[in-house]
Write a protein that binds this ligand. Structure first.
Ligand code: ATP
Ligand code: MG
Length: 385
């Protein structure tokens, strides 16, 4: 309720001082733990006070046009978040990330140990949107054709005709994607990349928008087929669901005690509150968000720094850099701003880049993770001001 007021009245005012704070004005939880300014070397970072400054001077006057429209659209997306919240306790930053992916028309990989509500999260997101959705449970015996579709023989007409697989939808929930063998994974990854399916030489375009939200258990789990590293960048974002805090877990139990049935989202009151049209309009607003050249330079510097990291055998590619620009821009809009700040870039760096780098085996043995490398990189790369 409070966020009606937040973005609106603040922007038009030329006041330079009360600059739109880093983020949560709009009510959206920031994406996965924006790699904190550093676990230990916190005292130094001067970037904090200045985030709004760099792009602001030139960008502020551009605000008025889309402002009301933007605020209304954000309200609709906040409603989606609220619907998801009727089923899922917490996991707010994951919901934000999913919304960002929808705004960017990108696919998402959701990882977490069993039982942290990965499936429930994506099912409730789907139920909150008036979009075509299908869900595929990936199993060891699933065949490529079960995903993409296949030619079937019709005895009456004595002809083969194409029967569309579940990828022919707007929002595909690919559950436990790493429980299926590589060949079937490949058929999905291909459809994700090309946004079409080719069977028997005939390309068939997928509906638009088309977004895949895939869930998986961490790779070290038994009986899983790790996704091919080289193709992980088909996913715009990789989000990792944490275990809930104690209070959140108590709330989960309280809901169960009160009769919550995760299989019956309608009974939990989850309704569709936004549709493809809302998303398309929001995307158009995101496209208006300005990015100063210094911020573009910052995105490039961060990505280039990963290529020099001694812990990595593979750094972020230019494609990864464009992904970071896109997600940071969507986040800037979602937080009620008309320009991207370096803080937006930082906030999205982890979920956008963590699956686009490869650790050296030595580093992995020492306990280094993609996340810790990215934190180090973000702490080292100079922030434009
Ligand atoms: N944050 C949460 N909010 C609400 N319910 C939760 C939460 N975490 C766990 N649960 C409960 O645990 C159940 C298990 O969730 P779900 O099946 O979505 O887990 P999962 O992460 O998909 O597990 P798996 O990896 O085994 O598929 C949910 O149906 C719900 O009842
Ligand atoms: Mg599941």
């Amino acid at each position: 309720m409070t966020h009606h007021e937040a973005p609106g009245p603040q922007e038009p005012r030329p006041a330079p001082a009360p600059a739109p704070a880093p983020a949560p004005e709009s009510g959206f939880a920031p994406p996965p733990a924006a790699p904190a300014p550093g676990p230990a070397p916190a005292p130094a970072p001067a970037p904090a006070p200045s985030p709004a400054a760099p792009a602001a001077p030139a960008a502020t006057p551009t605000a008025p046009a889309g402002d009301d429209a933007s605020a209304a659209l954000r309200t609709r997306l906040a409603a989606v978040r609220a619907e998801v919240g009727k089923a899922v306790v917490g996991q707010d930053s994951a919901v934000t990330s999913l919304l960002i992916a929808l705004l960017c028309q990108g696919h998402v990989l959701v990882e977490g140990v069993p039982g942290v509500a990965k499936t429930l999260l994506v099912r409730s997101l789907a139920a909150s949107l008036d979009l075509g959705t299908k869900r595929v449970q990936f199993t060891p015996d699933l065949m490529p054709g079960d995903v993409t579709g296949s030619l079937v023989y019709d005895a009456r007409t004595a002809e083969f005709s194409f029967r569309e697989g579940p990828v022919f939808t707007h929002l595909l929930l690919a559950d436990e994607i790493n429980r299926t063998p590589p060949k079937t994974q490949a058929s999905l990854l291909e459809a994700m990349e090309e946004r079409q399916v080719t069977v028997d030489g005939t390309p068939r375009p997928l509906p638009s928008p088309f977004t895949v939200i895939a869930t998986q258990n961490p790779v070290e789990y038994e009986g899983t087929y790790p996704l091919p590293e080289a193709q992980l960048d088909r996913f715009l974002l990789k989000i990792v669901l944490p275990l809930p805090e104690r209070e959140q877990e108590v709330e989960v139990l309280a809901r169960h005690a009160a009769g919550f049935d995760p299989r019956d989202l309608a009974r939990a009151g989850v309704r569709a509150v936004a549709d493809a049209d809302v998303l398309a309009q929001a995307r158009a607003q995101v496209a208006q968000v300005q990015v100063a050249r210094e911020v573009l330079g910052y995105v490039v510097d961060v990505c280039a720094a990963t290529r020099r990291s001694p812990s990595l055998s593979l750094g972020v590619s230019p494609r990864g850099a464009t992904a970071l620009l896109a997600t940071a821009r969507a986040w800037a809009w979602l937080s009620g701003r008309t320009f991207v700040t370096p803080d937006d870039v930082k906030a999205l760096a982890l979920p956008t880049l963590r699956h686009r780098v490869q650790l050296r085996p030595e580093a992995e043995l020492e306990g280094v993770t993609a996340g810790s490398v990215l934190e180090t990189v973000l702490a080292a790369v100079p922030v434009p001001r």
